[in-house]
Design a binder for this molecule. Structure first.
Ligand SMILES: Nc1ncnc2c1ncn2[C@@H]1O[C@H](COP(=O)(O)OP(=O)(O)OP(=O)(O)O)[C@@H](O)[C@H]1O
Ligand SMILES: [Mg+2]
Length: 614
């Protein structure tokens, strides 16, 4: 039992979720990332995109020359204007085509680099908090969706620069007729504002909706995948799942639709202001200035271009801000977070254990919750010992194992490995000295040899090593029953793949845990729960006989500690040390005989089980 009197994690306050890094610096970091991977391609793509912007912007100039040539009946000037128009149109098309091709190539390459980068960052985060806290999950889910489009950011950035260049040329042309025409820009400002403001507002609502959306996806997966199929059918909850999914989807989507309508109305109002100003500008030039026909033509063309350019710039900025800028901020956050979590530890793990592992006043609450799952645990696991951890469901046994594997750091207190704080040992190096099998093991649907061999990559393909691990785990019978032995593909969805039973999967997982040579700690968290009691007993009897005895961490052994979690007391009683967890505390420790003599919690649990077997 835990001491959990509080409500579940969902209702706990969510402290200290750091804000995303600032937008501009994040985008700059993404630019540098792209440049680091593809410097030449990126530069060429940028220059081409800017060159492609020029001829288009000069179109209004040619139109003015054309208008004047027609009015003044000057054939040479007419020819110049015609050639200018022709060259402009051709160059626009040509440069656009080449630039698009180059950009696509750059994007393809950079996408691969970015995806690898995100995957590497996620994998480099050594603790699991980011994969369990809902707020982190939401951030990561959005980043995962966005990583495929992050490469658009470069395109978008180049395009934005191109639009700004066109805009600048157009403004210069307009000012050459009358400086007052620059005012047109001012009237365009509301559109700039609404376009940048819109996506930001929508994003906030969308982020809030990510949770119902995730719920909808979760329910959909449960309702449609094979694994939960049995339970869904027996419980007859299919309709309920579908209904729940619909409601979750609505809960996620309706607020988004509402905010989109609202922002669209504001945007339309802003564009109306600009439209009126544009018409006013033309009237001013034609009647107020009594300008030449060519000049009116220029204002007509440049003015309409101005609205198109501002529209495009603003639209592109909106995309940049709403989607890609946001994506780059998430990426920057993930980079920072990964860096922070991987703070420099400075001690190597000891080559062998002489004293053992101590928990020194360790308390732990899962990230984002305030219920202590372990409270003030002080405990020594002696070198060379087989330590059994017992307790009711939810007592914190797996949590203890997770802390030992450093999936999390204790909230308070420290874990000492032969007096070296675990927090100061690099996680990678520590995990290399760790082996084990977990309660929620993974079914690696590979060839059986690899499914086991993964336990120790250097020996992935070394058949004798794999076979030895299989024997140690008592999984020989599983392999013998496979049509091609260790060469059998596991998983019925693969060509030639076979499915094996839950217990057989578990034996393979156990074999995987036995692959690694010379681990300092071997954790076995109910690795045999699916096996019958007899098989489990025989297995551990053999294991205990082969293991170096407690306290004999001499030259032969490395003082390996085996931490075994089991609900079966016939297995547990073989351990050198038994740790009894109850209500987030260690209530008793000792050997079987001593704990029985104490006649406390252990003796009580033991007798209950012994009775049920009689
Ligand atoms: N990722 C998590 N986030 C929040 N709380 C968790 C998480 N995992 C476990 N808990 C809580 O921690 C407590 C201890 O869980 P733990 O998995 O350590 O129990 P256990 O002793 O291994 O139980 P079992 O015998 O069922 O395997 C439980 O109350 C559980 O609700
Ligand atoms: Mg457990």
């Amino acid at each position: 039992m835990t001491s959990s009197s509080n409500a579940g994690p969902a209702s706990q306050p969510r402290p200290d979720l750091e804000p995303l890094p600032p937008a501009l610096s994040s985008m700059w970091r993404l630019c540098k990332l792209g440049y680091r991977h593809e410097p030449r391609l990126m530069m060429v793509a940028f220059v081409l995109s800017q060159l492609a912007a020029l001829p288009d912007a000069l179109l209004a100039l040619w139109l003015m020359v054309l208008g004047n040539a027609v009015v003044q009946r000057r054939p040479t000037l007419l020819l110049v204007a015609a050639i200018g128009l022709g060259v402009s149109a051709t160059a626009t098309w040509f440069l656009m085509t080449v630039s698009t091709r180059v950009q696509r190539r750059f994007r393809d390459k950079v996408t691969i680099a970015l995806e690898a980068h995100v995957a590497r960052l996620q994998a480099s985060i050594v603790t699991l908090a980011h994969q369990e806290r809902p707020e982190y999950l939401d951030r990561l889910a959005m980043l995962r969706h966005q990583v495929f489009v992050l490469d658009h950011m470069y395109m978008s950035l180049f395009t934005t620069c191109g639009w700004i260049l066109r805009l600048a040329v157009t403004v210069v042309l307009l000012a050459s007729i009358h400086p007052a025409l620059i005012l047109l820009l001012v009237f365009a400002l509301p559109t700039v504002y609404t376009a940048t403001w819109r996506p930001a507002v929508e994003r906030v609502v969308q982020e809030r909706s990510e949770q119902p959306n995730r719920l909808a996806r979760h329910l959909f997966t449960i309702a449609t995948t094979a694994a939960p199929g049995k339970e869904v059918r027996v419980l007859r909850i299919g309709d309920r799942l579908i209904e729940g999914r619909r409601r979750a989807w609505e809960l996620g989507f309706l607020p988004i639709a509402r905010v989109r309508w609202q922002t669209a109305a504001w945007h339309a109002a802003a564009w109306t202001i600009f439209g009126l100003a544009y018409v006013g500008g033309i009237v001013f030039v034609a009647w107020g200035l009594r300008a030449s026909a060519g000049a009116v033509l220029l204002v007509l063309a440049a003015g309409s271009r101005l609205s198109a350019y501002i529209g495009a710039t603003v639209g592109e900025l909106g995309f940049l801000r709403g989607f890609w800028m946001d994506g780059s901020r998430r990426l920057a956050w993930l980079e920072d977070y990964a860096n922070r979590v991987a703070a420099a530890p400075d001690l190597p793990p000891p080559p062998s254990l002489t004293r053992g592992i101590s928990f020194d006043h360790v308390s732990f609450a899962y990230p984002g919750t305030s219920t202590l799952v372990l409270e003030d645990v002080s405990l020594t696991l002696p070198a060379g010992a087989i330590v059994a951890v017992v307790g009711e469901n939810g007592a914190g046994k797996t949590t203890l194992v997770k802390l030992l594997a450093r999936m999390y750091d204790p909230t308070e207190g420290a874990i000492l490995i032969d007096d070296r704080p675990l927090a100061r040992i690099p996680v990678d190096q520590w995990r290399e000295r760790l082996a084990g099998a977990f309660q929620d093991f993974v079914r690696f649907e590979f060839v059986a040899r690899h499914s086991v061999g993964l336990g120790y990559l250097p020996q992935l393909d070394v058949e004798p090593a794999v076979a030895a691990a299989v024997t140690r785990a008592g999984a020989t019978d599983v392999i013998e029953k496979l049509p091609a032995g260790l060469g059998t593909q596991l998983g019925p969805t693969w060509p030639g793949g076979v499915d094996v039973s839950f217990g057989q999967w578990q034996k393979l997982a156990l074999a995987r845990g036995f692959m690694r040579e010379g681990p300092l700690v071997l954790v076995l968290d109910e690795p045999t729960a699916a096996l019958d009691a007899e098989t489990e007993h025989a297995l551990f009897e053999r294991y205990a006989a082969a293991a170096p005895k407690a306290g004999t961490a001499g030259s032969s052994g490395n003082g390996r500690i085996t931490v075994l979690v089991s609900h079966r007391f016939s297995t547990v009683r073989m351990a050198d040390l038994i740790v009894v967890l109850d209500g987030a505390h260690v209530v008793e420790t000792g050997t079987h005989d001593r704990l029985m003599a104490m006649n406390g919690r252990y003796a009580e649990l033991y007798r209950i089980q012994a009775r049920s077997y009689q």
